[in-house]
Design a protein around this ligand. Structure first.
Ligand code: ZN
Length: 411
């Protein structure tokens, strides 16, 4: 072939391989090398067009956790213009941040996203060099938990990470006031309405709440009476049958034990109930809300044998270092002292009904604290929510994932 003097052609993301008689160089015959030198003698009997041969470039993509914790994904090879090869869904974490995916800048808000949270490609590779992708972390909003003072009845409002959760709420009378309280806070939508267990005095208020707020989904523990199997809930002998019509158009979810469960954008460990018990109380949910450095344990009306089973089923780290422990069953049944010792709660919340049972709950909690020794008595508080049929204030817990501020706003 006669010599050619034009400049070498270029194409972004590709390497020039010479001149070929086919647009796909891998299927053609080379007539000029990539140095524009003759590769062979001309062997055709007609005029022809030679095509530039282009080999796509492959680059190495590495990963940087960007202040996160966990295992850094192995680097991958990707061809220019191709979708990113699938990587494992990430399990990396960062206290009080939510993982957003992998980006080409340490500040994900100013970056291009290359991987989604589940490890799938977010865009074709469009760079002409090796790159490092950074984990994108969105800071969580402040968490607020209102432990409502409803007397004997439980009622807990959790707001954080654009998620609003309400647990229980009491019987219809305090339910009304729980509704007023939620309205006074400007709550319009409840992402998750949770029943700790299917006792009327805990969840009857759900009817009022469903009537007054946009409830996205409801969650109940597995129980012979769980309203997911609504035909059993329709049994007239089973309270709260009034709930059933209201639940007809709302997704009902049954929560079963599972670590690392999301409700909305909040992280939970669901520890119990295990086997269906004939005791509705013992079918109470054990829910630990995990928020940054803090854990908040909700127990419904659970009892001693369930705590023993939680103790023997899970690694102790799951229920150690609890920031606030909601004492089960209105303080009526003690929690095993060894369990409390592992939890080492900074605060204990005990809802109560009457002055006399409030007194025994004080005794119960104090005796547990007593067993933990003098040091704990000095550093930990036990808090008892006051008697009353209406919402008489609340204990507010606020956390940014690091700090925890607990304020007593009972009236
Ligand atoms: Zn109960």
């Amino acid at each position: 072939m006669p010599s050619i003097t034009s400049a070498f052609p270029s194409r972004t993301g590709y390497t020039f391989m010479g001149w070929y008689d086919n647009a796909d160089y891998t299927k053609g015959t080379e007539y000029y090398t990539k140095d524009n030198k003759s590769a062979r003698t001309y062997n055709k009997y007609a005029a022809t067009t030679l095509y530039a041969g282009w080999k796509v470039n492959t680059y190495t993509v590495s990963f940087n956790l960007n202040s996160g914790n966990g295992t850094t994904p192995s680097s991958v090879s990707v061809a220019y213009g191709s979708q990113m090869p699938k990587i494992s869904a990430s399990t990396i974490t960062r206290s009080n941040y939510t993982f957003q995916g992998w980006y080409d800048n340490t500040d994900w808000t100013k970056a291009k996203k290359y991987y989604n949270v589940d490890g799938t490609s977010a865009r074709p590779y469009d760079k002409i060099s090796n790159v490092t992708l950074y984990a994108g972390w969105k800071q969580n909003s402040k968490l607020e938990i209102y432990y409502l003072s409803l007397g004997r009845y439980d009622g807990y409002l959790i707001m954080g990470n654009d998620t609003t959760i309400f647990i229980d709420g009491g019987d219809p009378a305090p339910g009304h006031t729980a509704v007023q309280f939620l309205k006074s806070l400007g709550v319009k939508k409840i992402d998750a309405l949770v029943g700790s267990h299917l006792h009327y005095n805990h969840i009857a208020a759900h009817e009022e709440i469903i009537d007054n707020f946009e409830v996205v989904a409801t969650y109940y523990p597995d129980d012979p009476r769980t309203c997911k199997s609504r035909k059993t809930c329709r049994d007239k002998d089973v309270k709260p049958d009034k709930l059933i019509p209201k639940l007809a158009n709302i997704p009902v979810n049954v929560l079963t034990p599972k670590l690392n469960t999301k409700i909305g954008n909040l992280d939970f460990d669901i520890l119990a109930p295990f086997d269906l018990s004939s005791s509705t109380n013992y079918n109470s949910l054990h829910m630990i809300l995990k928020y940054g450095d803090h854990k908040f344990y909700f127990t419904g009306d659970s009892g001693i044998s369930i705590f023993n089973k939680v103790n023997s089923t899970y690694d102790q780290s799951v229920f150690s270092n609890i920031s606030i422990f909601k004492h089960p069953h209105h303080g009526q049944e003690p929690v095993p002292a060894a369990f409390i010792k592992t939890m080492s709660p900074k605060y204990v919340i005990v809802p109560n009904k009457t002055k006399s049972t409030a007194g025994s709950a004080y005794k119960s909690v104090n005796s547990i604290v007593y067993e933990l020794g003098e040091q704990l008595i000095k550093t930990k508080d036990a808090d008892i929510l006051s008697q009353g049929k209406n919402v008489k204030g609340y204990v507010l817990a606020e956390s940014d994932g690091k700090t925890l501020v607990v304020t007593d706003r009972r009236k």
